[in-house]
Design a protein around this ligand. Structure first.
Ligand SMILES: *Cc1c(COP(=O)(O)O)cnc(C)c1O
Length: 476
């Protein structure tokens, strides 16, 4: 397929509006050369983008079990609310008095998400999960520094952690201490005990973790870190298994981030900007990025926390994303939020059970919102890898699960169906998975050749990662 820039010919154009009859304003830095825009007709333009849209696979096209990414359906009412003129047609520099509704929306989001997570204060500035981790770690750093306890330089991270955890810790200036998981996928508590000490700044943990297991020792884990003088960071990128059911704050965590673009149903991937909202307990609130919203009886105001670490992003974060997440929380409500979590867990267990008819699971169930299959035995027996199964799924219109993650499982496929899939869909998808298992045994070459029905076949994924071409270079 050609790029839009490679289409059309000089002279072709489309006219949407009559010529401007308002005097032109002389900008201080006018463009010196005309913009290099493609010359295409309206028909060609429409067909081009429709063709592109047909090549994309999103949640609106079909099953998308990308474990750890929570590709749930994003209700369209979220879009309607974010498009309300009072939210969409404002300027971030407008005086407080003229945007009271927007400030109220921020305040309500902080209150409701604080209630769901057991946190006292919240910032919406971080634009993604990893950005939230970085922010939370800076809060931990500021806390220790403020107490003249600057010797706390180490962050403990279990080996099952999302790769962003150690990366964020290093970016925030900490040294990472890795601790192993036990055979049950949980933190090895003895290893944690010997890792903590006067240099421990904190621990980063996901619970349920990235293998879909809820760590039953969580209270002992957070207490061990607190007793050593450290703080506990909860990676809540994916809260889908526990929202409304159990709260990170009650598990002993001091600071968390939420990926509103995962659990709280705002578009992600290529679909839109993210929001890595960070919540914290009272002890960290004075360090939050500013400004935050406060209500004092006369209205909502933007205030600067006393010892703020400074800004993490301009203005108030991706505001329209927050409105979408707030809409989601309000439409589901007190009953719907835990129900969604429970259905997410139910769906994952349903698929896990059905697929374990043939596939080996990395950890024994029951799982939480996702589960990890280990295809090492299948590969040894048939030569077909997790990659081959994933490519085979593409020919059936199914987006592959997360692959080769977490790193502690070999030939991993990590499946997260989410609560928004029906039993019919899951049955159909399980049927395809089980069929591909048979194909691997009966006709492995067919799987090595897959996909055959997609616009492109197997791509050079290493080349794409190592030598990304992110910019259009005109060839003439
Ligand atoms: C997705 C995810 C992240 C990172 O979030 P981004 O928005 O992609 O930066 C971190 N931790 C976990 C467990 C995740 O699933």
């Amino acid at each position: 397929m050609k790029l839009i820039f490679e289409k059309g010919a000089p002279g072709q154009h489309l006219t949407l509006m009559p010529a401007c009859d308002v005097p032109e304003v002389n900008l201080s830095r006018p463009r010196t050369e005309p913009l290099e825009l493609p010359h295409v007709s309206e028909t060609e333009l429409t067909r081009h983008y429709t063709a592109l849209a047909k090549r994309v696979h999103g949640v609106n096209d079909g099953f998308y079990p990308l474990g750890s990414c929570t590709m749930k359906y994003n209700p369209k009412i979220n879009e309607d609310m974010a498009n309300l003129p009072g939210f969409a047609q404002i300027h971030p520099l407008q005086p407080e008095g003229t945007v009271q509704g927007c400030l109220e929306a921020l305040d309500a989001s902080a209150r409701l998400l604080g209630e769901i997570t057991g946190m006292d204060a919240m910032t919406f500035q971080p634009a993604a999960g990893a950005h939230g981790e970085f922010t939370g770690l800076l809060l931990i750093k500021a806390y220790h520094t403020h107490r003249n306890d600057a010797a706390r330089t180490k962050i403990i991270v279990p080996d099952s952690a999302h790769g962003t955890n150690p990366a964020s810790a290093v970016m925030a200036g900490f040294t990472v201490v890795n601790i192993p998981s036990g055979p049950d996928g949980c933190v090895d508590v003895e290893a944690l005990r010997s890792a903590v000490g006067p240099d421990t700044a904190g621990l980063m943990l996901t619970n349920p973790n990235t293998v879909g297991i809820f760590d039953k020792n969580i209270l002992e884990i957070t207490k061990t870190v607190h007793d050593a003088g450290g703080l506990c960071y909860y990676d809540g990128a994916n809260l889908n298994a526990v929202m409304g059911v159990v709260r990170p704050g009650d598990m002993g965590f001091d600071v968390i981030h939420l990926n509103l673009h995962k659990t709280f149903s705002t578009p992600h991937g290529g679909g839109g900007p993210g929001s890595g909202a960070v919540g914290c307990k009272k002890l960290l609130a004075p360090f939050l990025p500013g400004p935050v919203v406060a209500e004092d009886g006369t209205g909502y105001h933007l205030v600067q926390p006393e010892h703020s670490i400074g800004r993490m992003k301009n203005f108030y974060g991706n505001f329209a994303v927050i409105v979408r997440a707030l809409t989601y929380v309000l439409t589901l409500g007190r009953e719907g939020i835990p129900e969604a979590a429970k259905n997410a867990v139910l769906n994952a267990n349903y698929m896990m059970k059905r697929l374990s008819e043939k596939y080996a699971m990395a950890y024994a169930g029951p799982c939480m919102h996702e589960f990890v299959m280990c295809l090492q035995d299948l590969k040894d027996a048939t030569g077909c890898s997790a990659m081959d199964i994933a490519k085979g799924l593409l020919d059936h219109g199914i987006h592959p699960p997360t692959m080769y993650f977490p790193l502690i499982v070999h030939e991993a496929l990590m499946i997260e169906p989410t609560e928004t899939e029906s039993q019919d869909t899951m049955d159909a998808v399980c049927g395809v998975f089980l069929h591909l298992w048979d194909v691997a045994h009966n006709d492995p070459q067919a799987l090595h050749n897959a996909p055959t029905k997609t616009p492109v076949r197997r791509l050079d994924e290493v080349g794409a990662a190592r030598n990304p071409v992110l910019r259009y270079i005109p060839h003439d």
